[in-house]
Every structure is written in C-alpha cells, then in structure tokens.
Ligand binder design. Structure first.
Ligand code: C5P
Length: 227
C-alpha cells in the first residue's frame, strides 16, 4: 500500500497525540508530535529567562534560536519517541502546566514557526508519517492525503488533561487547567501566523462522547479510503 501523510490538527487536549500514536503503530508509520517541538523551544526560553510572568523578550529568543537542537529518539520500552533538547531528554518537563502557560506565546512568533515547520517538513518528506499539531493540514503539509480536525468541549478536554497531570503526580487545580486550555485555544486561533483553523478538506471529529476505540476505528476507516 502506498505511504501517505496523515495530518491531525485540533484544539488543545483533544487526545490528538494518543490517537496519532495508535495510528502510527498500526500502520508502521513515524509519529511526530509537533507540539512537543514548540514546548521544547518554550522550555529553552524559560530556562534562559527570555520569557517570565513579567516579560517576553522575543528578540533575544529569536537571536538564540540557532542554539536550539530538537530531536526525537525512539524509546523501545515505551514504544514511542521522546523529545530531546540539546541532547537532554525533556519529555516530562515539557508537559507541565508551567510550560503550557507560556507555549502559545512562543508559538505565535513567526521566526519560531519558520524554523520548526522547516524541520517538520523534513521529517515528513518520505511520507509514512502521522503528525499532530495546529497547522499541519493547513501549513506544514497542505497536500496531506488525510486531514483530521479534532475537537471536544473545553470541559471534557480540561478534565482529560487534569487527570493526566494528576496521574503523573503534578499538583494542579482543575480551574487552572480549564483556564489554560481556553487561553491556548484563544491565542492559537487568533495569532496572525498559521492560526489554528480547520483546513477546508479536513474531516472534523468531535470526540466528546467517543471512546478511544470508536475514534481509532473511525480514523482508520478514513485512512483506508484514502490509500
Ligand atoms: O499539542 P500541544 O498541546 O502539546 O501543543 C502545545 C502548543 O504548541 C499549542 O497550544 C500551540 O500553541 C503550539 N503548537 C502550534 N503549532 C503546532 C503544534 C503546537 O502552534 N503545529
């Protein structure tokens, strides 16, 4: 069967990465979590105090972008890739609510997007890739054979993210998670460069009341039809 490109976009915490990983392992494709790359740049900005609660020094971040080296390395035990920033595994650090609080501001910077989109296109140049994010079907791979746009109510999404953080042992308050989900959606949808919008040819899936199995089955059927 010919290899294709699968773009999965949508709102924050819609379970894009869970289903994207399942599809990639089902098809033997490479999974790329583009959000992890924006989170890695954000962590770098936070570590260097380019972004704090008080200020965001965009120019300094842009001047230092060349110092950021992002890699995905496959972890055999986990069965998926983990993200590395300058050779350090940052998989756990980038999922905190702290990083989530700043990531949409960093992701709105055109120079950041330019660098990351270049890398994402390179990772997908041989097809056989499932990439999830906000602009994969609109900007990164506008010719992707399959485009899915995932959504669910903000409350359902915040509850899922809250459970995930609590299970990891993070101390978080549900209202803060809900606020963050809504804030990120707002910034991501209203930025000038590559805003979060559904591509005209994307198939929308509202998974508020779908089980993971139902959702996977639905998407695999869409993929079969496209191959
Ligand atoms: O997918 P995830 O929630 O980890 O993404 C974190 C943030 O990275 C998003 O809220 C968005 O600001 C940014 N992002 C983006 N474009 C992508 C993927 C993520 O702007 N393709």
């Amino acid at each position: 069967m010919k290899k294709i490109t699968i773009a999965i976009d949508g709102h924050s915490s819609t379970g894009k990465s869970t289903v994207a990983k399942q599809i990639a392992s089902h098809l033997g494709y490479t999974y790329v979590d583009s959000g992890a790359m924006y989170r890695a740049v954000t962590l770098f900005a936070m570590q260097n105090n380019f972004i704090t609660k008080e200020a965001f020094n965009v120019n300094t971040l842009v001047e230092n972008l060349h110092k950021i080296h992002i890699q995905f390395k496959f972890n055999k035990d986990l069965g998926f890739s983990e993200v590395y920033l300058n050779n350090k595994n940052i998989e756990k650090e980038i999922r905190t609510l702290n990083v989530s609080a700043f990531v949409s501001q960093v992701a709105a910077v055109p120079e950041v997007r330019y660098q990351l989109v270049k890398q994402q296109r390179k990772m997908g140049e041989d097809k056989g890739v499932v990439m999830d994010g906000r602009d994969i079907g609109t900007v990164v791979f506008p010719n992707a054979e399959v485009k899915i746009f995932m959504t669910a109510s903000a409350e359902v999404r915040a509850q899922r993210r809250f459970d995930e953080l609590v299970n990891r042992g993070d101390k978080v308050v549900f209202e803060d998670v809900l606020k963050n989900v809504k804030e990120r959606d707002y910034i991501d949808s209203h930025r000038a460069d590559s805003p979060l919008i559904k591509a005209n040819d994307a198939i929308e899936i509202d998974n508020s009341s779908l089980t993971q199995e139902e959702q996977l089955h639905k998407i695999l059927t869409i993929i079969q039809d496209a191959q």
